[in-house]
Design a protein around this ligand. Sequence first.
Ligand code: ATP
Length: 209
Amino acid sequence: MTSHTLILDEVRLALGGRTLMEIDAVIGPGEVLTVMGPSGAGKSTLLAMIAGFLDPAFEARGRVWLGAREITALPAETRGIGLLFQDPLLFPHLTVAGNLRFGMPRGVKHRTARIEQALEEVGLAGFGPRDPATLSGGQQARIALLRLLLSEPAAALLDEPFSRLDRQLRHEVRQLVFDRLRRAGLPSLLVTHDHEDAENAGGPVITLG
Ligand SMILES: Nc1ncnc2c1ncn2[C@@H]1O[C@H](COP(=O)(O)OP(=O)(O)OP(=O)(O)O)[C@@H](O)[C@H]1O
């Protein structure tokens, strides 16, 4: 998909009539918006709303746009949103290559070559046939990033994606993730508790009350 601007137009999330959060934001192609805030502020809920799997217990107002396309009410699988979580969530029954092939859009040519090239670019040449369980945490995080990129989303949502990694690895993976999201021109929304994540993201920061 081509990259666009992700627009959160007066989004408001409530639970049992109590407002959890209100947000109004425009995230340009290649920009990372960081949302920080205390536990329970509704950060993960916001990502679920944008991605299309909000629990019906919540009340949601406002609209979400990807460029000129309103996605607020579309089924999750048609929204063109890529996700990265704390857990890399690799499919354990597939090889590394199988995980990367999984999300690739129909009609993409030279899949095997593209997968091999993607692995090489992150220093994991030849890892295609490996069982994901045999990979280190940092290697799994890289595969989760590649799976997102190869699925060619129009925007990316990141929910504490580095919090399981130790300090050194966190630094490396973070640079790689932000660099690749920027190069792919994706508007991205990062949710984190970590000020270094926010600084390294290099974009605007919204702190929830
Ligand atoms: N399915 C649900 N049904 C009812 N309440 C929920 C549900 N999921 C989450 N909540 C509540 O909604 C609020 C927001 O939760 P959410 O996970 O979005 O917060 P968060 O800001 O991401 O927190 P954290 O930083 O701890 O991940 C919390 O008070 C939580 O207990």
